[in-house]
Design a protein around this ligand. Structure first.
Ligand SMILES: [Zn+2]
Length: 98
């Protein structure tokens, strides 16, 4: 089972959000929730804590752990977010069984 900080790092890499990997405490990062910002988050308004695996945006509703980020950014509920983070390959379109 992956712990929360590792989930957050993997998620931010996927969303192409830059962060300082070895910085403790809170750091400013671009908000991954592009729908929460009219012209994208040009001036980083989110605070990231890699030790805790938490992120909080000052400009939109994004606040919490990796599950919360997936729920806000991708508009899914907790169970979908949990499956998504537990098995990222499962929701990729090419793996859909139709
Ligand atoms: Zn935001």
């Amino acid at each position: 089972m992956t712990d929360k900080p590792e989930l957050m790092v993997a998620l931010l890499d996927e969303y192409d959000v830059r962060y300082h990997n070895h910085r403790s405490g809170w750091q400013s990062v671009r908000c991954p929730n592009e729908f929460g910002h009219a012209r994208g988050d040009e001036n980083p308004s989110a605070r990231l804590n890699l030790t805790l695996g938490l992120i909080r945006c000052m400009g939109c509703d994004l606040n919490g752990d990796a599950y919360s980020v997936v729920m806000v950014v991708e508009g899914v509920d907790f169970l979908v977010a949990k499956e998504r983070l537990g098995n990222p390959e499962s929701v990729r379109e090419e793996n859909w069984i139709i």
